[in-house]
Design a protein around this ligand. Structure first.
Ligand SMILES: Cc1ncc(C[n+]2csc(CCOP(=O)(O)OP(=O)(O)O)c2C)c(N)n1
Ligand code: SF4
Ligand SMILES: [Mg+2]
Length: 286
């Protein structure tokens, strides 16, 4: 790669998203975040499930895996355990992560697996042509809820926090710079970092989505205490408002830390494991 500029993380594949899709903004934020953190493509893997948003790994200069619907997180977890020095970034849609992959989402959060999970949340199943997702607001008319959605929506940030994610943020795809800053913090966090990015689907949610969401945007108040779940609760499941920023952040041992600790105790070693032990213990020798 020739230096660390956002453009150098671009591949030759041209995104096939609809013109105006919010996912373009997410991709541009990711290029920017990777460049500003000077992340090496050969040290990075971007794993996705299936959906419009899950096409993203193909557009990023790094290792990539476009897997099965809902299965980005188990594959990302496997990659991290097999090669702990890798930067692992899981990406995908709200349907991918909260519907079919909901169970994986909860357990990746609970295990505090050291990876970044970016959800491109358009409140709909985009790829399959506009069916309601668990994130679709109650009452909304979609292709599968012609008379209005009868189900209450889930806030993915609330789910992540309640299941033990140690970093949780919310961004908006229309704010490329602000979202890149959030991505940088998420990627730098040690543990399970979940970033919910509101990313409009202009085809199935209406082409005025960017304008509508922009009007709802708020930021966290000065002095906000992001280490308390009770603080974060006030900014989840919001009605008619979208608050962006780092909602929650705490430090906690990761899955690999816990496994090493158990291994250390089981072996009766006097010294606690070092990073070198970690690489030796987890990196397979082929
Ligand atoms: C096992 C399985 N079930 C269902 C599907 C069909 N399917 C593909 S993408 C998708 C939902 C996509 O929605 P989302 O994850 O929100 O991504 P978006 O397209 O909105 O970015 C579904 C139901 C599939 N590919 N595999
Ligand atoms: S259908 Fe929606 S989510 Fe999919 S590419 Fe088009 S605008 Fe984006
Ligand atoms: Mg979606």
């Amino acid at each position: 790669m020739n230096g660390y500029s956002p453009l150098s993380y671009k591949t030759d594949l041209k995104p096939v998203w609809c013109p105006g899709c919010g996912d373009f903004g997410v991709l541009n934020s990711l290029y920017r975040a990777l460049a500003e953190l000077k992340i090496e493509p050969h040290d990075t893997v971007v794993v996705s499930g299936i959906g419009c948003s899950s096409r993203l790994p193909g557009y990023v200069e790094a290792y990539g895996f476009n897997s099965l619907h809902g299965r980005a997180l188990p594959i990302a977890t496997g990659a991290k355990l097999a090669s702990p020095a890798l930067k692992v970034i899981a990406v995908g849609g709200d349907g991918d992560g909260v519907a079919i992959g909901g169970n994986h989402f909860l357990h990746a959060a609970r295990r505090n697996t050291d990876l970044t999970y970016i959800m491109m949340d358009n409140e709909i199943y985009g790829l399959t042509k506009g069916q309601a997702a668990p994130t679709t607001p109650i009452g909304d008319k979609t292709k599968s809820t012609t008379y209005g959605n009868p189900e209450a929506a889930v806030d993915p940030c609330a789910l992540a926090i309640s299941f033990g994610a140690t970093w949780v943020g919310r961004g908006f795809s229309g704010d490329v710079k602000g979202t890149a800053e959030l991505m940088k913090l998420a990627i730098a966090h040690k543990g399970f970092a979940f970033l919910d990015i509101i990313s409009p689907c202009v085809t199935w949610r209406g082409d005025d989505q960017h304008k509508e969401i922009r009007a709802k945007l708020r930021t966290l108040p000065a002095g906000y205490d992001k280490t308390k779940r009770t603080s974060a609760d006030a900014y989840t499941n919001e009605a008619d408002v979208v608050t962006t920023g780092v909602l929650f952040e705490v430090e906690h041992p990761t899955l690999i830390d816990e496994i090493l600790e158990i291994r250390w105790k089981a072996q009766g070693d006097k010294q606690p494991p070092t990073r070198k032990d970690l690489l030796k213990a987890f990196t397979p020798s082929f």
